[in-house]
Ligand binder design. Structure first.
Ligand code: ADP
Length: 459
């Protein structure tokens, strides 16, 4: 039995975990940086401990301080959320050796899937389709170029330890390849402390469709259907929805089976996501596995009715999954917009600062996962996402109309946001017809009038 959980995160996900624990009657300990003293997760948790100054590498990334807080407050489990230490195998290992339950997969699984080149090998062995590319990491650019020439241009150069769309470069020919390879290496070294790279065939205009997996410690693995996350900017998701407007029942079943095979190939336990790219013909290819809860998990929750965070905690406590494959399906349509403190008309430059006025939308079929409030200061130290606005309903049309309505109600003043931008996307005929691929945002920005999505910071 888990009595008390330390939440090793901040912002909306920390709040989301506090809420799940409350409903389960589990005590919570928030840890926070000096910049987050006034944060909602700190106010709402049962206890809170400050773990250092604002920069993440002095607070939320300090495993030693988090484990000390765990010991002081005598917790029996840690929920890492997403980002920060959530996919850090060493941290999971340290929790294991301190006899603290890490709410996630085992450290060896995290390690195995955290190396994206190795993950490809594991999937290939398990006969999950992968994109043609290099076998493992490539030692130098000469060898990499040989691989690129063999698979044919364009290719994408990716960081073995990559995440968040960083350390990725596209090369269209041998001339640009060397330059892109060097720049990917530099970015990967800076972002992940690991410059190892691999190469894949670059798919033109694919869709990003991922499958939610849940696995318990008794060998049961179930998928909870897909999320379509094709609306991306710089390889980062902006809008996600379930079900995907592109999948039919047959393809969903085939991809779901492949996702389960992928999870079984690494003895997966707890919540995980298998990400695929899908071409226009319906061919699908594994790109990576995320060994944690995803930002966009709420979309699956509203489409299926399953509380994924509670399920994660139950699995970590040793319980069996509370549903079978037959009992779970996407019965509603759900869509999420990531609301960020940024200015779309100035190339999406982040816009930290104090929110003077805040009014969140509500009503039938609207869910607001946010740590923001009037008077809250968005810190420049962290991610600019301030809210995940989710709407849902019986059909895609209902969910989209509801999203437009909710976005129109949303008032955030004092800082710039991308609300007008996502509103324009929700109205766009190409998006409404379910045609968005991963190149959609770039195409949309090229054809949309510049003043269409100007932020309404001071209105
Ligand atoms: P990260 O871990 O940084 O998020 P992913 O491997 O998940 O990186 O890829 C992120 C996005 O980059 C994908 O959703 C897709 O838009 C693009 N991408 C990645 N690999 C390819 C590829 N081989 N061809 C085309 N686009 C790709």
């Amino acid at each position: 039995m888990i009595r008390k959980i330390l939440i090793a995160n901040r912002g909306e996900i920390a709040l989301r975990i506090v809420r799940a624990c409350r409903e389960l009657g589990i005590q919570t300990l928030a840890v926070y940086s000096e910049a987050d003293e006034q944060s909602l997760h700190v106010q709402l948790a049962d206890e809170a401990i400050c773990i250092g100054p604002a920069p993440s590498n002095e607070s939320y990334l300090r495993a030693d301080r988090i484990l000390s807080a765990a010991e002081i407050a005598d917790v029996d489990a840690i929920h890492p959320g997403y980002g920060f230490l959530s996919e850090n195998a060493e941290f999971a290992e340290q929790c294991e050796s301190c006899n603290i339950t890490f709410i996630g997969p085992r450290s060896d699984t995290i390690r195995k899937m955290g190396d994206k080149a190795k993950a490809r090998e594991t999937m290939e062995k398990a006969r999950v389709p992968i994109i043609p590319g290099s076998e493992g990491a490539i030692a130098n650019e000469k060898d990499a170029l040989k691989v690129a020439q063999k698979i044919g241009f364009p290719v994408i150069i990716k960081a073995v330890s990559g995440g968040g769309g960083r350390g990725m470069r596209i090369a269209h020919n041998a001339v640009s390849f060397t330059r892109e390879f060097q720049s990917a290496r530099m970015e990967a070294e800076k972002a992940f402390g690991d410059g190892s790279l691999y190469v894949e065939k670059y798919l033109e205009n694919p869709r990003h469709i991922e499958f939610q997996i849940m696995a318990d410690k008794h060998g049961n693995v179930v998928h909870l259907g897909e999320r379509d996350c094709s609306v991306q900017r710089r390889h980062q998701k902006v809008i996600e929805e379930a079900p995907s407007p592109f999948l039919d029942k047959t393809l969903r079943n085939r991809m779901g089976k492949a996702a389960i095979k992928a999870a079984e190939a690494c003895d997966y336990v707890n919540a995980g996501t298998i990400e695929f790219l899908v071409d226009a013909k319906g061919n699908f290819y594994f790109i990576e596995m995320n060994t944690r809860i995803q930002v966009e998990h709420g979309v699956t929750e509203e489409a299926t009715g399953v509380d994924l965070i509670k399920e994660q905690i139950q699995i970590a406590s040793g319980n069996r999954l509370s549903f079978t494959q037959k009992e779970v399906s996407l019965t509603k349509h759900a869509i999420e917009c990531r609301i960020c403190a940024e200015n779309p008309s100035k190339n999406f430059i982040p816009s930290p600062g104090t929110i003077d006025l805040y009014y969140a939308p509500g009503g039938h079929g609207v869910r607001v996962d946010s740590h923001a409030y009037g008077g809250y200061t968005v810190s420049p130290h962290y991610d600019s996402m301030i809210c995940k606005l989710i709407t849902y309903g019986r059909t895609r049309k209902i969910a989209l109309d509801r999203m437009y309505r909710a976005l129109s109600e949303y008032l955030i003043r004092g800082i710039d946001t991308n609300i007008e931008f996502v509103k324009a996307v929700i109205l766009d005929p190409a998006f409404r017809q379910g045609e968005a691929t991963t190149s959609y945002v770039e195409e949309f920005l090229a054809r949309a009038p510049k003043d269409l999505f100007e932020s309404k910071k001071d209105d």
